[in-house]
Write a protein that binds this ligand. Structure first.
Ligand SMILES: [Zn+2]
Length: 230
């Protein structure tokens, strides 16, 4: 039996259902966010997409939802992450779960760092019993409402490349941590070992550098050295 960790990334709505539409179309944003998160996950996480085309797995909505759950259940996924954009006059980010769980706490905490940095409303983790992908998946399932597609400010921010990348990286880091894998960005750290230095990157905050250093210590057993550079 393979012991690989499988994470399913679900782009949510697919054509003919575009999802919510206002300052863009939900299915398009969800797919680009999902792809970006996948790119930023560590290599030792196996990613399974419920679909990669714009089209839903069935024109029938309930069949599409069941098919998306089936992809996850057949893959034996550890975590199922469905990407959405919210609508209805609000603003900000929220995580939806069938019942409170540690994976959601970890992912949400990573994303919250970005929300705080950019002054985005944290709508917290909400329990929803009525969502098919949350109650039809054997894996722990998270539905991430990344922004409000009917909020101009939310969408302007999401269209900002720096915010988009930071948000997707934080989501990927949270996903990695929640399944017990070192985040890809944590590999970017300085390790001092005798005269030889392993250098792979820089961090924009002392907190993230220390977090990465702690992970290196834990996973590799080395004492990383952090140097501040102006
Ligand atoms: Zn949606």
């Amino acid at each position: 039996m393979s012991k690989e960790i499988i994470v399913v990334i679900d782009f949510g709505h697919g054509l003919p259902d575009p999802g919510a539409v206002k300052y863009g179309q939900e299915y398009q944003y969800a797919a680009s966010i999902g792809r970006e998160i996948a790119k930023r996950l560590p290599d030792n996480v196996k990613i399974v997409f419920t679909r990669t085309s714009d089209k839903a797995l069935s024109k029938d909505k309930s069949r599409d939802l069941a098919a998306r759950c089936a992809v996850s259940n057949e893959a034996g996924a550890k975590l199922f992450v469905s990407i959405h954009l919210n609508a209805g006059g609000g603003t900000g980010y929220e995580t939806l779960v069938y019942s409170p769980n540690e994976e959601a706490n970890i992912v949400h905490a990573e994303i919250k760092k970005v929300l705080d940095k950019y002054g985005v409303t944290d709508r917290k983790i909400k329990v929803r019993k009525d969502l098919a992908v949350l109650n039809g998946t054997k894996a722990t399932a998270l539905l991430l409402e990344m922004a409000f597609i009917d909020n101009k400010k939310d969408m302007e921010l999401l269209n900002n490349q720096e915010y988009f990348s930071t948000l997707c990286q934080a989501t990927a880091d949270g996903i990695a941590k929640s399944v017990g894998v070192a985040p890809k960005s944590a590999k970017a750290a300085t390790i001092t070992l005798g005269k030889y230095r392993i250098f792979t990157g820089v961090f924009d905050s002392k907190e993230s550098a220390e977090e990465a250093a702690a992970l290196i210590k834990e996973k590799v057993g080395l004492n990383p050295f952090i140097r501040k550079e102006e």
